[in-house]
Design a protein around this ligand. Structure first.
Ligand code: ADP
Ligand code: ADP
Length: 229
């Protein structure tokens, strides 16, 4: 479940400037594909189109064979979890920020997700910038900790498809390793699309696609691409 297919997808934010110039690739159910390429290549645009934020202007995007243009944005988002580069938390406890991943989840389920993401120690706190009714200040979270909240939310949501948007690129190596373990856990047996700037941040993708100026210029396994540099 969760197979993604882009067939000759064409798209531009402005009609006179094509950003994706006929992009085709497939992520078989349960497999992992990473998209790398320079800034401005159109990588994030691919994830936005998968979320149906915009309508494509040519080609087709399917999930499990279903054209996503034929269903609501809401139903598309239901099957996709995202760990964004920058996680925005809202004014409620970290636990509630996690529970948002799956409304109706029990306290135990939220706690378990938090444990897997290694943030169980502070889920009763509010995020930074907010205050409780008795004036207690929110907890200052690092970028990595915020990402763990997003990971916990995704663990709880357990969607068939996972999108990792430059998941670990902005973090220092020490934090990155902890996050990587948590990410490996969420992406296991799940269709995963990773968007990254650098080849070096991608671990264990079944296929890597190199996107340049809206076109796929290379694809293959990790080692073959590293050899080419
Ligand atoms: P990447 O993720 O590879 O860095 P993006 O997909 O974010 O690239 O952007 C591809 C191109 O589309 C860039 O030239 C960018 O300036 C342009 N772009 C991105 N978002 C918008 C937008 N909302 N409106 C117009 N142009 C955009
Ligand atoms: P759900 O309630 O199904 O989890 P959300 O309302 O949280 O859906 O939205 C889905 C996700 O889309 C959000 O986590 C948001 O961060 C993400 N998102 C926002 N902008 C972009 C973007 N440009 N590209 C990809 N994902 C994005």
């Amino acid at each position: 479940e969760g197979a993604i297919r882009f067939e000759d997808v064409r798209f531009g934010y402005d009609p006179d400037r094509q950003i994706l110039k006929g992009v085709s690739f497939e992520v078989p159910a349960g497999k992992s594909v990473a998209i790398v390429g320079p800034s401005g290549a159109g990588k994030s645009t691919i994830s936005r189109l998968l979320f149906r934020f915009y309508d494509i202007q040519g080609g087709r995007i399917t999930i499990d064979g279903q054209d996503i243009a034929a269903v609501t944005q809401e139903s598309v988002r239901k099957v996709i979890g995202i760990v964004p580069q920058d996680t925005v938390l809202f004014n409620d406890t970290i636990a509630y920020n996690i529970a948002y991943g799956r409304p109706g989840a029990s306290e135990d389920e939220v706690r378990r997700a938090a444990e897997l993401a290694q943030i169980a120690g502070f889920i009763e706190k509010l995020p930074d910038g907010f205050r409780t009714m008795v004036g207690e200040r929110g907890l200052k979270l690092s970028g990595g900790e915020k990402q763990r909240v997003a990971i916990a939310r995704t663990i709880l949501k357990a969607p068939p498809i996972l999108v990792l948007d430059e998941a670990t690129s902005a973090l220092d190596t020490h934090t990155e390793q902890g996050i990587q373990a948590a990410l490996d856990l969420v992406s296991k047996n799940r269709t995963t699309l990773t968007i990254a700037h650098r080849l070096s941040t991608i671990v264990g993708a079944d296929e890597i696609i190199v996107l340049k100026a809206g076109e796929i210029v290379e694809r293959g396994g990790h080692e073959a691409l590293l050899r080419q540099g």
